[in-house]
Every structure is written in C-alpha cells, then in structure tokens.
Design a protein around this ligand. Sequence first.
Ligand SMILES: [Zn+2]
Length: 61
Amino acid sequence: MNDPFFTQQKCGCGNDLNIRIMSWFTDRTICMECSDKEKDIRAKLPEHGRQHEGCGYIPEV
Ligand SMILES: [Zn+2]
C-alpha cells in the first residue's frame, strides 16, 4: 500500500531521495551519502556488519 520505500521523499539526513537505497541496519530508505557512511561503518564491524543486518539502529564504531 503506502510503502515508505516509494513514498518517502527525503532521507533522514535531509537529502532528497533521488536514489533509493535500503539501509543495511534499519528498515529506512536512505540516500547515497548515508549508504556510503553505512559502508564505512560496516567495514569496521566484525563480519562486515553481518550480525547487525536489520538491527534497527546504526552501530557506533
Ligand atoms: Zn541521507
């Protein structure tokens, strides 16, 4: 129905969602910039963040 993945206009950081990417950590739709940040975080996590997939928050690293 109203899937936020398609209706959400802006990312949590305020950027327009021209490109829609699913967050690794949460069920949110995020922008390219935030996705890059998640990639940095994942790179620092054990098992490349596999244990934190869909955990609902962004882990501190
Ligand atoms: Zn963003």
